[in-house]
Ligand binder design. Structure first.
Ligand code: GLN
Length: 289
């Protein structure tokens, strides 16, 4: 069969299982088999595929039909314009988390002083998406990236080496803030925040393939956020701030949680383009917002 026909039948198969963006996904999978960028597929529509190539493609298509996310099949994904290696031990970074990174960059610029290195902790780093994006944008910052999962940290280590930030980003295994060796100026975290009762509504891609540990936030979704707030005293410098990703509708509860632990904190809810409260910013000193 020729390339354009194979691509068409792979797309049809994905469409029948109601896979979103079926044609892009088919292109990505075929691009992987032929080791070419998906845009190049259209330059050789008449190319005759070998039977090994066709079989390989159908094995990948079958995995996608079984709801495995394409990012896991490819072992890669893009976040903040950066390519990340990922595997089944790491949550797939979501585009909505780019808002957290942007806000962290803005805040880091504001709290930086010439001659003073700012220290940031990315808590629950997974594949290192947030830590690395910040490291590349803020070469003067020191970044600690923690995760409880040693397997996730192995993937984060691969990404740090690939992007040349392995001396700037220090990977630490442990629960939330516990492994930090010194107080930090800024904490950024996309901790698990899915409520127990929401799990059944997640897509099979998320529920059956992504690490539950990276998603499950307990009864109200806030177990990990609360645990981290409990650990904060002693882990923060005098003038510190934090940015946390939250789920839809959690802004009020997270704000009151923060107020319990830090009554003096100045708290701001930041909305994403869809109008959903997505990031909570907490500043632990007066006069700056
Ligand atoms: N945004 C993710 C999702 O909807 C959840 C991320 C998280 O729990 N931190 O799948």
């Amino acid at each position: 069969m020729i390339l354009s026909e194979v691509l068409q039948s792979a797309t049809q198969a994905l469409l029948r299982t109601r896979i979103d963006d079926a044609s892009v996904e088919a292109e990505l999978l075929l691009g992987r088999v032929l080791r070419v960028p998906r845009t190049q597929l259209y330059t050789e529509p008449e190319r005759v595929l070998t039977s090994a190539e066709t079989k390989h493609l159908w094995r990948l298509v079958q995995r996608r039909l079984d709801h495995e996310p394409t990012a896991y099949i490819l072992g890669h994904c893009e976040f903040y314009g950066i390519d990340f290696c990922i595997d089944c031990h790491t949550f797939i970074p979501r585009p909505e988390t780019e808002l957290l990174v942007e806000k962290a960059m803005e805040l880091a610029q504001r709290i930086s002083h010439p001659g003073k290195q700012i220290i940031v902790a990315d808590v629950g780093t997974g594949c290192g998406a947030i830590a690395l994006s910040l490291a590349l944008a803020l070469p003067q910052a020191k970044i600690y990236a923690t995760d409880i999962s040693a397997s996730a940290l192995q993937v984060a280590g691969i990404n740090c080496r690939r992007h040349g930030v392995n001396s700037q980003v220090e990977l630490l295994q442990g629960n939330l803030l516990e492994p930090l060796p010194q107080p930090v100026d800024m904490i950024v975290a996309n901790l698990p925040y899915i409520k127990n009762c929401e799990f059944k509504d997640l897509s099979p891609e998320v529920r059956n393939f992504e690490p539950t540990m990276a998603l499950a936030g307990g009864e109200d979704g806030l177990d990990k956020i609360q645990q981290m707030l409990e650990q904060m005293p002693g882990k923060l410098n005098y003038k510190a701030c934090f940015l946390l990703e939250i789920g839809q509708g959690q802004g009020g509860m997270v704000t009151s949680l923060i107020k319990n632990y830090f009554p003096q904190a100045s708290i701001e809810l930041i909305y994403d383009l869809g109008g959903i409260e997505r990031v909570v910013k907490g500043i632990l000193w007066e006069g700056v917002r």
